[in-house]
Design a protein around this ligand. Structure first.
Ligand SMILES: NC(=O)c1ccc[n+]([C@@H]2O[C@H](COP(=O)([O-])OP(=O)(O)OC[C@H]3O[C@@H](n4cnc5c(N)ncnc54)[C@H](OP(=O)(O)O)[C@@H]3O)[C@@H](O)[C@H]2O)c1
Length: 362
């Protein structure tokens, strides 16, 4: 595999930094010759690192970006729209984390475990651009794809519990500031911040991004549109409610799915556990649950995953599997995933890895 020069636009942001961490881990089958970091002018000259190697932030300029083999865009959609058309015209692989091209019918929107077959070098050479989904869509479609293959999908109802890092660096800073403010000044007034329309510390908001004319938020519309596009089920009924919660990293989702066939929970558990990039946390059986709640020294009762437990992990963790009672056939479940890793940087780097393995750079 050819060693790559990989550019990261938005390298100082939470997704960009996570990409640098993953590259530093060396866990991917990617040969990297050089990483080049790009950000806004305010960050030019900052020193970042990936593993033991340092990288100095450069201004985001076409000539410098064009010296890369592949560029990961983890910045605003406007920046992607400004640079990607020229870079792809020059044959440089662009993987876009923003929403700029997700709805473009000619641009593959890819979660490698689900629709990685779209990462076909011959096709991509014509327009080397791959969009990456919203951080809630990615884990959702991974689970839905397993259900689809075995039990068939009829409809999906999902509520998300999204951490503040989904709103980038400002989201993390605001939660920290508001929490500190509460403990130092007992200030629990509800007010807007630079990241959210109302206080997020010790609060919950059924609002992510902005409200659309039909009453959905655009985050909810992204989940609906992207789920259908990735699964290639354009008519799949999907209802989404996106909620911002005061956790730092890790998004959770409560999902109820109507299926064509009855869902065998034990089989579903096995299928999820054996799927790449996913782990199933088994339900406790009633006897074990009773023993666990009676025990003085509480055993490792890991029968449901939480956002804090998925932080820093690559897998989507699934639990609380139970038969849905509102449909003839179906299942309800809970999932958590690190929104900065599988929800963002990891998925994007896995796309580059898959393209490299398919000979795109040869
Ligand atoms: N956070 C998530 O969970 C998540 C998940 C999926 C997708 N995404 C998407 O990924 C992208 C990055 O999100 P984030 O959460 O990492 O945001 P962030 O923490 O706010 O970082 C934004 C990055 O963009 C850079 N930037 C701002 N203006 C720029 C400019 N004019 N030219 C070049 N770079 C500029 C910033 O550089 P400075 O530091 O110099 O300002 C920073 O590196 C967004 O499109 C977001 O929607 C995020």
């Amino acid at each position: 595999m050819k060693p790559l020069t990989l550019g990261i636009v938005g390298a100082t942001g939470v997704v960009g930094q996570t990409a640098l961490d993953i590259l530093g881990d060396g866990s991917l089958a990617l040969q990297i010759k050089e990483v080049r970091a790009f950000a806004s002018v305010a960050s030019v000259g900052k020193r970042l690192s990936w593993g033991t190697r340092a990288v100095i932030v450069e201004p985001t300029e076409l000539d410098a970006l064009a010296q890369c083999d592949a560029v990961l865009f983890a910045s605003e959609a406007e920046i992607s729209k400004r640079f990607i058309p020229e870079l792809t015209a020059r044959g440089i692989l662009c993987v876009d984390k923003s929403s700029a091209f997700r709805e473009d019918g000619d641009v593959p929107l890819v979660v490698p475990e689900v629709n990685g077959k779209l990462l076909n070098s011959a096709q991509l050479k014509k327009r080397p651009l791959v969009a990456n989904p919203n951080c809630c869509t990615t884990p959702l479609v991974m689970v839905l794809d397993v259900l689809r293959r075995e039990f068939g999908l009829k409809r999906v109802i999902v509520s998300t519990y999204q951490s503040v890092s989904g709103a980038g660096k400002p989201g993390l800073e605001v939660l920290e500031e508001e929490a500190r403010q509460f403990f130092t000044a007992q200030d629990l007034s509800v007010k807007p911040s630079r990241a959210f329309p109302k206080s997020i510390a010790f609060n919950v908001m059924p609002f992510v991004a902005k409200i659309l004319p039909n009453g959905d938020t655009d985050e909810e519309q992204k989940i609906i549109f992207e789920t259908r596009k990735i699964l290639d089920l354009p008519d799949l009924p999907v209802e989404a409610t996106s909620v911002r919660v005061p956790t730092f990293v890790g998004h959770a989702e409560s999902v109820t799915i109507e299926t064509e066939k009855p869902v065998d929970l034990a089989k579903l558990e096995t299928l999820i556990a054996s799927s790449k990039g996913m782990m199933c946390v088994p339900n406790l059986n009633p006897e074990t649950a009773a023993a666990a709640s009676d025990a003085d020294d509480a055993p490792d009762v890991a029968f449901f995953p939480t956002p804090r437990e998925c932080q820093g992990r690559d897998e989507v963790l699934v639990g609380r599997l139970r038969t849905a009672k509102v449909f003839a056939h179906g299942v309800s479940l809970w999932l958590v995933s690190d929104n900065l890793r599988k929800g963002a940087a990891l998925n994007a780097l896995q796309v580059v890895e898959a393209c490299a393995q398919d000979g795109f750079f040869n």
